[in-house]
Design a protein around this ligand. Structure first.
Ligand code: GLY
Length: 284
């Protein structure tokens, strides 16, 4: 799956870059980037996500605007192909910040986002993965949170030409999760955060430890205290591991364009592009 992940993040980054190149803002860029990742069955977001204990896809997403601190989140939705689109509608068109379950889907439908069947989000690979997991769970009690399984949340951070930053995160959560379980990804400050005065952050990994540390906000605040995002991202992942034995990854970007990428999982696919890369033709 390594090549599929690398190709996926590169395609998503290209979509986000295209948005920024035509002068649209960071918020649009992170939304479009995450839509590409949700549409890619490689990742644990949108169609192809891990299944919960009942064999259903249940999705969470958050998007946040660093210029205004407006945010939109959805949790435990089962009938949306692109939960980040619903999150964006909430950010743009609601006085509320967060909707869950049927209420979130109703809001989305009322704002022109088509609903789908839950089965449309389920793929054979994940049916088999859940079957295997549940078959072995009875006899071996495998570690549900072992990094090699169960973490593939997607996210994006962006800085636009106006100096504004934004972040978005989307996930199907953890394999075999209890129905109704909400992870870190869609919670402000945990799986996602953006403030022009601090930083934009998106995290991936085991949600419960990340939630306990409010890790995205923890990192953003440290950037505001004058630390380089590169150093802060590494410190955040070190803190996650040392304080609560968590594992995951983070992408972190400030309004000056400085960024950090860190993870303590065996792998994390990422892609980055800057205007300097664009002019020199570098691809990373
Ligand atoms: N980080 C995704 C989750 O735990 O739900």
């Amino acid at each position: 799956m390594v090549e599929a992940h690398l190709n996926g993040v590169r395609r998503a980054m290209a979509a986000g870059w295209q948005v920024l190149s035509r002068g649209a803002d960071a918020l649009d860029a992170v939304e479009e980037t995450v839509v590409v990742l949700e549409d890619d069955e490689t990742f644990d977001a949108g169609r192809g996500s891990f299944l919960n204990r009942d064999g259903k896809v249940q999705l969470d997403a958050l998007i946040m605007d660093g210029a205004t601190l407006r945010a939109g989140g959805v949790g435990c939705v089962e009938h949306l192909r692109n939960p980040v689109r619903a999150a964006r509608k909430i950010l743009s068109e609601s006085s509320h910040v967060y909707f869950v379950g049927e209420g979130a889907e109703k809001f989305a439908a009322q704002h022109g986002i088509p609903l789908c069947k839950n089965e449309d989000l389920v793929i054979a690979r994940e049916v088999e993965r859940l079957r295997e997991f549940q078959a072995h769970a009875a006899e071996q009690k495998p570690n549900l949170f072992a990094p090699a399984i169960s973490h593939d949340t997607v996210g994006a951070v962006a800085l636009d030409r106006h100096g504004n930053i934004a972040a978005a995160t989307s996930t199907g959560g953890t394999l075999n999760k209890a129905p109704g379980r909400l992870g870190d990804s869609s919670l402000i400050g945990c799986g996602c955060y953006a403030d022009n005065k601090t930083a934009a952050a998106s995290t991936t990994g085991w949600g419960e430890p990340i939630m306990k540390l409010v890790l995205a906000k923890w990192a953003a605040d440290r950037v505001a205290s004058g630390n380089l995002p590169e150093w802060v991202a590494a410190e955040a992942i070190h803190y996650l591991q040392s304080r609560v034995q968590g594992h995951g990854g983070m992408i972190l970007l400030d309004a000056r364009g400085r960024f950090g990428i860190a993870h303590n999982t065996p792998r994390m696919a990422w892609a980055v592009k800057t205007s300097a890369d664009e002019s020199s033709g570098i691809e990373r």
